[in-house]
Every structure is written in C-alpha cells, then in structure tokens.
Write a protein that binds this ligand. Structure first.
Ligand SMILES: C[S@@+](CC[C@H](N)C(=O)[O-])C[C@H]1O[C@@H](n2cnc3c(N)ncnc32)[C@H](O)[C@@H]1O
Length: 247
C-alpha cells in the first residue's frame, strides 16, 4: 500500500459519493451546536484540518466564525470553493499538507473531524502534528479531534461486508486490524455495472486513553473525552472518540 495514500486525488474523486453524501453534509451541520457546547463558547478563529469538501467549515463560517479550511486535495477543495461561492460564504482556503501549516498562536479552535487524524505511517509524524496544533493555538485554544476509537472497532469491525446504493452501485469493504491493533487497513471495491474501482488505505487507531496520553504528551493540560455528539461519555456505548484538548 502507498504510505501517502491520502495524497491520491483519484481516491477522493472515485469514492466521493460514498464518503460525502447529502446526509453526511446535513449530519455535519448538526454537529456545530454540540461542538460549540463542548468548547464552551463560539470560537472566532478556527482551523479545520483536513476539511475535505467543507462539511464543517461551511456551517462554522455561516455561524460567523473566521474559518481557515485546510486540505491537501485539490479535488475536494474545488468542491468546497464551489459550495462557498454558491452560498456566498467567506473562507480562508489553504491547500497544504497539514504537517506543514504554521501560524503560531493564531487559532481559538483547531478541528480534525471525521477520522482525519492518524494517517501518517510513521507515528512520530502523528505526534508531531499534535505538537504543531498546540503551537498554532492561542493561549486559551482548544483542539477537537473526532475519530473512530479502537474500542469501537474492536467490538464492531465486520470482516468483509457490502453496502448497496439506490443507483445500483455496491461498495465492498474489507477492514483489518493490524500491527498489534495500532492500525486499521481498509480495502474498498466499488462496483458500478461492469466497472470496478479499488482502493486501499490505512490509519492509526487509538483507544481513548492512548489518544488522551498523546495529547498530554504534546503539551495539552486538560483532555475530556466524549463518545458521541450528544454529550455521551466515552464508555462501552461510545460510537465516536471525540477528544477536547485544552492548552
Ligand atoms: C475522511 S476525510 C474528512 C473530511 C472532513 N473533515 C469531513 O468531516 O468531511 C479526510 C480529509 O483529510 C485530508 N487529508 C489527509 N491527509 C492530509 C494531509 N496530510 N494534509 C492535509 N489534508 C489531508 C483529505 O484530503 C480529506 O479531505
């Protein structure tokens, strides 16, 4: 597998409809109020790391926040630009590798939404990104990471399964927990009539405690975990791993 799979724009293009449906956009917009509740305020300057087509960046900007939307994919950023223009929304759009974006002390909030953290093969790069986030936040700043927890995956992973779409396409997903359950690798096959598109990707997975420890190691003084967007605890019922890390 290509270690830098996330830089492959063909992947985002081929599987766009599977990842970013209209319902996914709606769900993201509904996460904005709970997000403000978790942070305890409406932040002014926000950096959305790995913003994709702007599922969160757009509704956050609509609420009056000054949003920097950063992503490496030109395909996804074109989608975001089109939507921002259509809705007359102002955003600071940055095409960059998230490891390289430096604006020390600038942001009130940095978000990493929908499992956009842990992509780097070398775990030191994932840790360095947390340290970079710490630097880019102001003194009262907060980092919010929304990802899939290792505990959830261990309980719910399905060996190989398929999803069918109303237009007849079928997505076959084959996930695997590997490297002593420190990573998940996933193969996707999208069958569209006679055509098959295939991709494979992998990312680090963390238990709640592992992610909290890494955030503390990066310098954050307080880390609170939630298991969903309804203020649910990070417990056996948790469907997401949402970490709120304060400087
Ligand atoms: C699963 S998508 C999530 C997108 C968005 N946060 C959402 O909730 O819809 C992960 C995103 O991270 C971006 N990404 C992955 N690696 C990146 C990197 N090194 N630098 C910047 N963006 C990256 C991808 O291009 C993609 O848009």
């Amino acid at each position: 597998m290509n270690d830098n799979w996330f830089f492959d724009d063909q992947l985002w293009q081929d599987f766009y409809d599977c990842m970013f449906s209209a319902e996914d956009f709606q769900r993201a917009a509904q996460q904005v109020d709970p997000l403000f509740a978790y942070i305890g305020c409406i932040p002014d300057r926000i950096l959305d790391l790995g913003c994709g087509p702007g599922r969160h960046a757009i509704p956050l900007a609509q609420r009056g926040c000054r949003v920097t939307a950063l992503d490496s994919s030109s395909y996804l950023l074109d989608k975001l630009r089109a939507e921002a223009a259509r809705s007359s929304i102002k955003l600071n759009i940055q095409q960059s590798d998230m490891r390289e974006y430096s604006k020390p002390g600038h942001f009130d909030l940095i978000t990493s939404m929908w499992t956009s953290f842990g992509y780097f093969e070398d775990e030191q790069d994932n840790l360095a990104l947390l340290e970079q986030c710490y630097k880019n936040l102001n003194q009262a700043g907060t980092l919010l990471i929304d990802t899939v927890g290792k505990e959830y995956l261990a309980r719910n992973i399905q060996p190989v399964h398929a999803r069918d779409y109303p237009d007849g396409r079928i997505l076959i997903e084959r996930p695997l927990l590997n490297d002593n359950m420190t990573r998940v690798s996933i193969e996707w096959l999208l069958i569209d009539g006679e055509q098959v598109k295939r991709t494979e990707f992998s990312h680090a997975i963390y238990s709640g405690v592992e992610l909290a420890d890494r955030l503390h190691d990066a310098g954050f003084s307080e880390v609170v975990l939630y298991g969903d967007w309804d203020a649910g605890d990070y417990d056996i019922e948790a469907e997401r791993l949402i970490a709120i890390a304060r400087k």
